[in-house]
Every structure is written in C-alpha cells, then in structure tokens.
Design a protein around this ligand. Sequence first.
Ligand code: AMP
Ligand code: MG
Length: 328
Amino acid sequence: MNCLGIESTAHTFGIAIVTTKGKVLSNTKKVFTTKTGGMIPAKVADFHVANCDQVLADALKQAKLKLKDIDLISYSAAPGIGHSLRIGAMFARSLAVNLDKPIVGVNHCIAHLEIGKLMTKAKNPVLLYASGANTQVIAYEGKKYRIFGETLDIGVGNFIDAFARELELGFPGGPKIEKLALKSKNYIELPYVVKGMDVSFGGILTNLKQKIKSGKFKKEDLCYSTQETVFAMLLEVSERAMAHCEKNELLLGGGVACNKRLQQMADKMCKERKAKSFVPENQYLVDNAAMIAWQGILQHKAGEITRIEDAVIRPYERTDDVVINYLE
Ligand code: AMP
Ligand code: MG
C-alpha cells in the first residue's frame, strides 16, 4: 500500500510517497524563503498554492508511480500557521475525493518522532524536537506522547535566526552560526535559562543584542558561546526527562538538530549515562512529507480514518492532545 503524505505547517510544501513497510519512494518539497525579513503567512500560502501541482508531479515522478497507485492520503493537520495548513488540507481533501481514497490528518510533531524511530531503529526514545517554531522534549507514556519540557517563549530555531539577523547573517541563520562557531573556543558568559523542565530564550537574545551593540565582542565568540549555552540547556532538560522516564534512548528531530555540535553534545551526554543517541539524516530532521506519509500509515493501520468533513486543520493542537492508537 502506498500513502501520499502532504506537509504544509509552515515554510515547506512537501509531498512524499511511503509504503506500508516504511520504504520512502519519494520525498519532495519546495521551501519558501526570503532575502530579508521573515514569513508573512498570506505570502507563504500563495507560495504553496503556486507550487503544489509541481511538487505533486515531482513526487509521482520520483516514485515512478501514477495517481491511481496511491491508496491513502495523509496531511499535516496540526500544529502550524493556519494559512499554510489550510492549503495542504485542501489539497489533500481534493485528492482524496477525486481518487476516492481514505484520508488521515496527522500531528506534525508526532510525525517527527515516528520518522526518527523508523529511520534510526530507536525503539522508545525521548525526542528532543528542536525546530524553528517548536522546542519540546517528548516521550511516550500511557497512550500519549507527553511533553516533559518545552520553551516558555520562542522556539530555539527562531531564537538562533533572530540572533543571526542581529549579526546580519540572513535567513536561515542556523547553518551560518554553526560555521562561525567553529572558529572560536572563547566562551563568553551568557544567561543560562532552565526553569524546572522548561527553557527560555528571550533573555539570552536581549543579552546578545546588548553585547553586539557594545561592539566589544567577536562574532565568532558570540556564536560559539550561544551554541554551547543553549544546547547545554536543551540537553539538561532532555537528560532529566530520560532519567525520569527511565528511557535510555535520545532521538533528535527538527531543523536545529542538523547542527553537528548539538549532535556531538547529545552523543556525549548519552554515553556518560550509558544511553544511546540517534540522529536521522538531515532530510528527515527538517520539515518533510515522508514523516507525514509514514504517520498516516501508522494511524491508518490502527483503523483511523478521518471523515472528509472532519479533514480540517488544528493550528493549536498540542502533542499531548493526541491519543496514540497504534502503540501499546
Ligand atoms: P524546521 O523548523 O524544523 O524546518 O527547522 C528550521 C530551523 O532550523 C531554522 O530556525 C534554522 O535556522 C535551523 N537550523 C537549520 N540548520 C541548522 C544548523 N546547522 N544549526 C542550527 N540551526 C539550524
Ligand atoms: Mg517541524
């Protein structure tokens, strides 16, 4: 059976085709970018409308399939930017109706976790989901993926991008900060903000802005110190979640997890507590449709089908709102 998954929670419009056995036949996308400034929701929606047909054609071509070979449609129903989500949901509904195939709406954050499990063979991990808009430490307990820690303000990726904007590095800032950080080993004291199991980045950003304005610090040192500080915060919370849940696997997900220093620190923390750290390849860390297709398969196997009139979007749904029917 082939599931066609559609991702459209934010900047990425993606379509992928994945088999019941978890083989990714295609994973295609177009990503909205800007030279200056951030994402304006209505403009992102226009971008998705303009690109959806092409992305579909690319996905079918890459998989060497025709629309008639598709047995199931899944789409990201939550969480995300309403304008973006709506385009993916509409596209999914029209495909499902035209092809007369079942449709399943899925939660994007949970899909990050499940594709990581599929690709790395991690069995029951704690997920550090570090992306642009989201920063959560998630683990499975009693029919739900529960959030053990999260950001109290902005996502770590948005924080890194805002810092990069201050340094006039452009968007996305993460890879550029990572490159500059490699040129320094000079740690400059920054606020370290862990509150219980949660993290917060607003104060660090203000502190960095002041440091940049003062002109007393080198870019490279600030990039290095920022990475060391915020990645340590994320891993402190992840480690405590692992101890609390008695889990010995850490899985990384989200675009920020492409960062080699974060991967290295995760590995070190896990080795010290005789646990294992897992990182899927970059195409499954960033927003992608393969994870939406795979999540559709998992839910459909458990008997879930969304009625077409219920195939709506839930921009504010939280990871722990969703009951997981396909796991014990
Ligand atoms: P996502 O929202 O999961 O698609 O991830 C996008 C975010 O990941 C953006 O905020 C990027 O700046 C960030 N990002 C991408 N690559 C890296 C990297 N190598 N280091 C840190 N952040 C990164
Ligand atoms: Mg994401």
